[in-house]
Each structure stands twice: as C-alpha cells, then as structure tokens.
Design a protein around this ligand. Structure first.
Ligand SMILES: Cc1cc2nc3c(=O)[nH]c(=O)nc-3n(C[C@H](O)[C@H](O)[C@H](O)COP(=O)(O)O)c2cc1C
Ligand code: SF4
Length: 465
C-alpha cells in the first residue's frame, strides 16, 4: 500500500479521508469532530439533526404547528438551530485540526434557507458544504456569500458538467472538490439516472476518469475528486492514488464509520451490521424522494416489498378488459377478471382496505396499515421539497401539493429516520446501508465484537486496511 499523503481540502492539508454525511443525526458533531481531530475530514449532517434526542413516540408530529406549511417552517428553523449546535460540537472536538464539512440534502424543503441560516450562525466552524440529491445550482452562490468551500455530490460526469456550465464556473475558486458517489454501491439515496440499470452496476474507475477528463478541460486539474460508495479500505484503491488519469483524489466512507465508538446509532443497529450478508442490502425505489436508495432488507423494507405485491390496475369506467366492478371505500372502479379474483382473495386474508396509487392501481392493505398510512400522511411536517408519500410540495405557487395522488407504497422518511436513530424498534424502521455493509461480518478487524474509535478507524484506513 502506498503511503497516503495529505492533500489540500477546504484550505488545509489533511488526510484525504472524508466522513460521509448521514442524515437525521447519524453523522453529527461528535463524529465529525473526531474525524477532524484525526487530521481527516468530518462531515456532520444538517439534515434535521436530532440534537435533543428526545424520546418521541411520534416524532413526525412533535411540531406544534397546525398546518403543514407552518410545521415545515418550524422544522427548518429547528434544523438551523440544531445544525449550528452540531457545528460547535464538531469544532470544539476537532481542536482546530482537520476540516469540518456539513452535508445537506438539496431535496429538502427550504434547503437554501437552511444552508444560509446555518452558515451565517456557524461562521468559521464549517469549512465546506457537501450537497447531493438534486441539482444544487444555488450552492455556489451560498458558498460565495460565506466564503465556504462547496462539494457537489454527483454520479456522472454529465451531472457535474451541467452544474459547472450553469453555475459553478462562476465561483470556481471555492469549488473544493467533486464527490463522485457510485449510484449502485453508496448507502442512502443514490443518483441513478433513467438510462442506468439498477441491476447492472458499472465500474466506477472509467466513470471517474471521464469526470476527471472534463474537469481537466475546464481548468480543474488541481481540484480533488472524492470517491464515495463501495470504499471499504484503501489498499483496494492503490491504483487510483498518484494516477494522472484520476488526479488528486480523496475517499469518502459512509457505511464503515457506522460501526465506531462515536457513531450515535443504537447497539441494535450496530449488532445488525455484523450479521449482514451481501444479499441483505437492497437498492430500492420506495423513498418518498423518488430517488433510489440502498438499505438493509429488514422487516421495514420487507413490508414495503410485500405491500407493493398486492396491487391491481384499475379503470374508472369499464371497457372490454377492465369489466369487473370492484367497490371499495365507497367508490366503484373496474378491474380485469383475474385481478378481481386476486383482490377478493386478499380481502379474505384481511387485506380489505384498498387505497388508490398515483399509477392507477389499487393497493390492498389491512385496515390497521391503511389507517397508519393515512395518519402519517396527515401528520406530514413538510420535510421534503416534494414528497411522493404525502403529496406535499414546498411551493405556495402550487398550493403546497405535488398535484399527484399521495403514494401509499412509500413511507414518511422523516418519521422512520427519527425513530431509527433513537433506537426504537429498529428492525421495523429504515436502516440505510451501502452495498458493502456485509464486509463487517467478513473483516477480521471487527472480530470478537471489536468496535474502533474514529481515530483508530482512520489509522486503520491509512494502513490500507
Ligand atoms: C445511514 C446512511 C445515511 C446517509 N445519509 C446521507 C445523507 O443524508 N446525505 C448524503 O448526501 N448522503 C448520505 N449517505 C451517503 C454517505 O454520505 C456516503 O456518501 C455513502 O455512504 C458512501 O458509500 P458507502 O456507504 O459505500 O461508504 C448516507 C449513507 C448511510 C449509510
Ligand atoms: S410525509 Fe414526506 S414530506 Fe411529510 S414529513 Fe414525511 S417524508 Fe417529509
């Protein structure tokens, strides 16, 4: 393994090891501060950090405001306040070493206002901001306003070239790096395009080399690329280091730091990580953001898969094929005869509540599940810019609705992520994981229940392992 040299990131010489930002409290001031103290880059999440860690039965409805619009504002203001507090924690723990970044999902409601509020309240404590999920054109402007480095997260050269041409080229001096996040391997939400097949992963090397070619062409030869997704150790990336085809490079890890002493996830989640097999981690399309995402196939995900199997196509008026009337919750629709028989069988099994989806299908659920879904939808706190699950949209012009029927095949991501971070019944909540999560069970470093501190993990990574 080549010795990993420090490189310049966000204005300081640090080891090119970056903590992947993880939403709703999974990477926080404690973890980011520890990475920075180890002369690496720590990333706390500005995506609804749960500083207070209150034990909440129904976290998504804790906001006292009555309307979704007002709950959404309240949530954003809480996130600003809590993120500033996380920045302070990270700053203090770092002791001035390393670098501290903040990650935020651009697909959040009021993402721009939040970044503005956090950067203005945490001056001098955040050196860089990483941002993915969407096309954050405005990121450059905000970075310029606060003289902070910015790092778009992209999954293709094409996405970066669009951002560059439309916006980032105007603030190139503050473009700290470009994060290439492998859309097949990375934990959390993934940027697979319509042209890419979720079942056919592509080698990241040529995709990153193409990105570098574009960056060189537009004068970004010295700007690092941060490789994210599927990175377990650095000896497997030895051919990327000091390679002119890749240029300056850093490595971002999101899944591996989940199993560290500082990681705030519950012991149950940590235990689960040690048991994972390759097939236990699935790229799925249930997220209310409409992005693909990679998570552990636990009871939560199984229920979503199972839920989606019980649906039939319907028409509002009968035709030659859709000729069987089906009456549910007061209205009659028409389905094909085979589907009518399937629906009747589901009803017999207790799945006797039918809810329409935006794709002209009827979904069959138990009454209890249907009630829960409807409650979660009406409790919506407006956390996303647009939500497939509740139909909420953060736009007055659109009267705060997407215009699409709320989708009962999805879920409230805010509610489940707030619960999972508090360790409440984690098997029944969403546990994001990168595809490499199964390596905890195979890597002897984790034998006999070993959980490293972040400092130890950074040392281990520097050794190549
Ligand atoms: C539990 C979890 C939560 C994540 N949350 C976010 C997030 O909120 N925003 C983001 O940009 N990336 C998020 N990620 C992605 C990581 O920042 C990182 O880029 C990714 O995990 C790298 O791939 P790896 O999991 O193979 O290490 C998350 C990843 C995990 C495992
Ligand atoms: S329903 Fe959607 S927008 Fe509303 S709080 Fe849940 S995930 Fe966020």
């Amino acid at each position: 393994m080549k010795t990993l040299q420090k490189i310049r990131i966000s204005g300081a010489e640090v080891f090119p090891i970056v903590e992947g930002g993880k939403g709703v409290g999974v990477s926080n001031g404690l973890t980011a501060g520890a990475f920075a103290a180890a002369d690496a880059v720590g990333t706390f999440s500005g995506t609804y950090p749960n500083l207070s860690c209150e034990a909440l039965d129904e976290p998504s409805v804790r906001r006292s405001e009555k309307t979704r619009q007002n709950r959404s504002k309240q949530l954003a203001n809480d996130a600003i306040r809590e993120s500033i507090a996380q920045a302070r924690i990270a700053h203090e723990i770092s002791g001035g070493r390393g670098r501290i970044h903040m990650n935020i999902l651009w697909g959040l409601a009021k993402a721009e206002m939040m970044v503005d509020g956090i950067l203005s309240g945490a001056k001098g404590m955040i050196h860089g901001i990483t941002c993915g999920a969407g096309m954050p054109y405005k990121l450059a402007e905000l970075a310029e306003k606060y003289k902070t480095y910015f790092y778009p997260i992209v999954s293709s050269m094409r996405a970066f070239s669009i951002l560059w041409t439309r916006s980032y080229s105007k603030v190139s001096q503050l473009l700290g790096g470009v994060v290439y996040e492998d859309p097949w391997l990375a934990g959390g939400h993934n940027g697979l395009s319509n042209k890419e097949n979720p079942l056919i992963p592509e080698d990241p090397y040529p995709r990153v080399a193409t990105l570098r070619e574009f960056m060189n062409k537009v004068g970004l030869r010295a700007t690092p690329i941060v490789m994210a997704g599927g990175v377990w150790n650095l000896k497997e990336y030895a051919h990327w280091i000091d390679n002119p085809e890749i240029g300056p490079v850093a490595f971002q890890l999101g899944t591996r730091p989940l199993l560290t002493k500082e990681s705030p996830i519950s012991d149950e989640w940590k235990k689960k990580l040690r048991t994972l097999k390759r097939e236990d981690i699935l790229l799925n399309k249930f997220s209310p953001t409409s992005f693909y995402s990679s998570a552990i196939n636990n009871a939560f995900l199984c229920e979503l898969y199972d839920r989606s199997t019980r649906q039939v196509e319907y028409k509002e008026a009968p035709d030659a094929h859709f000729c069987e009337p089906l009456t549910s919750t007061g209205s009659t629709v028409y389905v094909e005869p085979d589907d009518w028989a399937r629906a009747e069988a589901w009803k017999e099994q207790g799945f006797n509540a039918a809810i329409k989806t935006p794709d002209s299908t009827l979904l069959f659920l138990t009454k209890e599940r249907a009630r829960q879904i409807q409650k979660d939808q009406s409790d919506c706190s407006g956390c996303l810019a647009g939500c497939r699950f509740s139909g909420w949209m953060d736009s007055e012009e659109h009267r705060y609705v997407t215009g699409l029927r709320p989708d009962p095949r999805s879920y409230c991501i805010l509610k489940t992520l707030q619960k999972v971070i508090q360790g409440i019944n984690v098997e029944h909540e969403l546990m994001f994981s990168g595809a490499i999560g199964y390596r905890f069970a195979e890597d002897p470093y984790y034998a006999n229940g070993h959980i490293p501190s972040i400092k130890e993990l950074v040392r281990q990574l520097l050794s190549g392992e």
